[in-house]
Design a protein around this ligand. Structure first.
Ligand code: SAM
Length: 296
């Protein structure tokens, strides 16, 4: 019954099981905890780094603008709202074609052909398939802007499962306007009464993730400061890989910008840190910090 007290959110929706998108850095595991830390009385909800929309769907805001710099990602969200049958059918077609290619080599070859097609003409249908089948949901781009993640070894979810997830997602995003936007423009739209939740890329050193959009933590902190001065409340997740986690820890946050902090989830972090020492840690969380511009 967690959202009974969220005046700005829809109430009584059936639970949803799993995201439509598989997305590196997604907050599905901790979305309920994050939402429990958000204020109840917002008039407008803004999520400027929406990604797969884990927190957005958990909150199910009545009035919201969710944005991201990656246009084909926003196209997926819009199609979940308005063109879901075609989106699921396009996914089904790709899964059928992938399975028909038989061997592991065949599946990888099919994956590469979809990736090539996506890179030639970025689009929602191919991105959804790639996100669900690529290695770890890692949407990684080369310096030339081409998605270059290899094929994952897991079995992607069936089209029927996707259809069920889309159906559960729809009422949760019914009040949302999805926009392609840089985070700064999005946050600058937050006035008094607005609630903003930010889950940015971990650091500017990881520009290859998500398509090398111009992200700078300094620019984000300045935008948050302006929003707070206008009377908006802003929550910021800072978490990440071991490498960027170190970088975040070194960060000097502006004094008094954040008035409280929660440690949302430290679950497996120490164990993973120990086990994975010296290996590639891309996608391995070590801590989830939630910074709030209001006192709790
Ligand atoms: C850590 S992910 C968000 C994950 C999301 N919370 C979820 O649950 O899936 C960060 C997102 O920021 C987006 N992004 C990167 N640079 C951006 C920018 N300059 N403006 C807006 N969005 C940006 C990426 O495309 C990516 O989807």
């Amino acid at each position: 019954m967690r959202d009974l007290a969220h005046a700005g959110a829809f109430h009584g929706l059936p639970p949803h099981r799993g995201g439509v998108l598989k997305w590196i850095g997604n907050k599905h595991r901790v979305a309920a905890t994050i939402v429990a830390n958000l204020p109840k009385d917002f008039s407008l909800y803004l999520e400027p780094f929406v990604g797969s929309g884990a927190v957005l769907a958990e909150l199910a805001p009545r009035v919201a603008i969710a944005s991201d710099a990656l246009a084909p990602l926003i196209a997926i969200h819009r199609r979940v709202q308005h063109d879901a049958t075609a989106l699921v059918e396009a996914y089904r077609q790709r899964i059928v074609e992938s399975e028909a290619s038989g061997s592991r080599e065949g599946i990888e070859g099919y994956y590469r052909s979809v990736r090539e097609r996506y890179n030639a003409a970025p689009n929602a249908d191919d991105l959804l398939f790639l996100a669900r089948t690529c290695y770890g949901g890692v949407i990684r781009f080369s310096a030339r802007g081409e998605m270059n993640t290899p094929c994952g070894v897991h079995r992607p979810i069936r089209a029927e499962t996707l259809a069920a997830r889309v159906a559960a997602w729809q009422p949760r995003v019914a009040g949302v306007r999805f926009e392609v936007m840089d985070f700064e423009a999005a946050i600058d739209g937050a006035g008094p009464g607005a609630l903003v939740y930010c889950d940015p890329p971990y650091s500017d050193s990881e520009g290859t993730l998500y398509g090398a959009q111009a992200f700078s933590l300094e620019r984000l902190l300045a935008a948050i400061e302006r929003a707070k001065a206008r009377g908006a409340r802003v929550a910021l997740s800072i978490d990440g890989t071991k490498r960027s986690g170190r970088k975040v820890i070194e960060l000097a946050l502006p004094e008094r910008l954040f008035e409280s902090e929660s440690l949302v989830d430290v679950g497996r972090s120490m164990l993973r840190r120990f086990q994975l020492e010296g290996q590639t840690l891309e996608g391995e969380r070590v801590a989830d910090r939630l910074l709030l511009t209001w006192a709790t």
